[in-house]
Design a protein around this ligand. Structure first.
Ligand SMILES: [Zn+2]
Length: 372
């Protein structure tokens, strides 16, 4: 017993000494983290007055597809950073002004309202899909970017909040005809019939619907991959996705959002779950971030080893959105965001952070420390 006690004291003393040497909130280098990124714009203040991105520990930047220019890409690359574009897949709501038939339809047979203003597009609208695929191809052809991350690649819903709104869609004639044809589901010929199927949780029709709808969204990913391989094969294909487990909220990840992560895995290089702890009701529990990432690793069979082709780089919340993130919490958020199976991390989001220099300092301090 005394020996055990002595060992515990020795270990505690060693840990305390280690912390004292490094500084109370100074993390140790994390060799498994290859990417330390910033999402949401060019971090200009980190590139001025003698500062450089590499000097600040930042080696990757994500910019929205419409913000990508040759000048920005060149300026970031000159600083040693990778440049990734974010690409909006089924959330270009302006398309509906001229193409109302692309709007998702609800179980009442009417155009589904946009929950909290998040407007999705019917995933079987062929012209819309062709338009987005061409935009994806052009983006890769015209810019020397290091990859593209899909965004809002899920069914019409509002989930980026503590209490989501997850309506059932899309029951337009086009979707129902395709569902019937591809699954041979008898009787699936009206929103009313679908409502009856979906009301029975274990019905074969409901299972067929969920699987078919996930398949539609996965097939978009397959096509994005084929375009990327043909246009800029060295670029990475990533996806920003809902951080819930497959079991949470009654299986909503697949049943409501139509995100089948395992089916998408062959086409995706980097999964970037979005565990915005404060925004999603876990403001005092940053460990929620690493729990969700750990689940994703188990689900996809990834441990964060260098030889794994598929990577996990979570995007974590350090700026305020709905809920505030205190500057004192930033080291904990980044600690949980950089635990295996994660091999990279990025932060949400520069547009807000640039007005909060204290947070930027906390961020770059952490990035510099783990990069050593
Ligand atoms: Zn539809």
């Amino acid at each position: 017993m005394r020996t055990v006690l002595a060992m515990v004291l020795l270990l505690l003393g060693g840990a305390l000494l280690g912390r004292a040497v490094l500084g109370a909130d100074e993390p140790a280098p994390r060799a498994h983290i290859a990417v330390r990124g910033i999402y949401g714009g060019v971090p200009a203040t980190l590139m001025e007055k003698g500062r450089t991105l590499s000097g600040e520990g930042v080696n990757a930047v994500w910019i929205g597809e419409r913000g990508i220019t040759k000048e920005r890409v060149a300026a970031l690359k000159a600083q040693g950073a990778k440049v990734f574009a974010e690409f909006n897949t089924v959330h270009r709501a302006e398309y509906l002004k001229k193409h109302p038939s692309a709007a998702p339809v609800g179980l009442d047979g009417k155009r589904a309202a946009a929950p909290h203003g998040w407007q999705g597009i019917c995933p079987t609208h062929a012209e819309y899909r062709t338009w987005r695929m061409q935009a994806f191809r052009d983006l890769l052809a015209q810019h020397e970017i290091d990859g593209v991350w899909l965004d809002y690649h899920h069914a019409h819903a509002s989930w980026e909040r503590a209490e989501p709104a997850l309506p059932d869609t899309c029951f337009c004639e086009r979707c129902l005809a395709q569902f019937r044809k591809e699954t041979k589901t008898r009787g699936a010929d009206s929103p009313e019939a679908m409502a009856a199927f979906l009301a029975k949780k274990e019905s074969g029709e409901r299972k067929a619907w969920i699987a078919w709808r996930c398949g539609v969204f996965t097939d978009w990913v397959r096509e994005f991959r084929a375009i990327l391989d043909a246009t800029r094969p060295k670029a990475l294909l990533g996806t920003f996705h809902c951080p819930w487990t497959a079991e949470e909220r009654d299986g909503a990840l697949e049943a409501k959002l139509a995100i089948d992560l395992r089916a998408q895995k062959p086409y995706i290089d980097v999964f970037s779950p979005m565990p915005y702890h404060a925004r999603f009701g876990h403001a005092r529990d940053p460990a929620w971030i690493s729990r969700q990432t750990a689940w994703l690793g188990r689900h996809l069979g990834l441990q964060g080893r260098p030889d794994e082709r598929t990577k996990i780089w979570p995007i974590v919340q350090v700026s305020d959105w709905g809920e505030a993130v205190d500057v004192a919490q930033i080291p904990a958020v980044l600690d949980h965001g950089t635990r295996a199976p994660a091999t990279g991390v990025l932060v949400f989001r520069w547009g807000a952070l640039r007005k909060e220099p204290q947070k930027v300092s906390a961020l770059t301090r952490f990035y510099r420390a783990i990069a050593r």
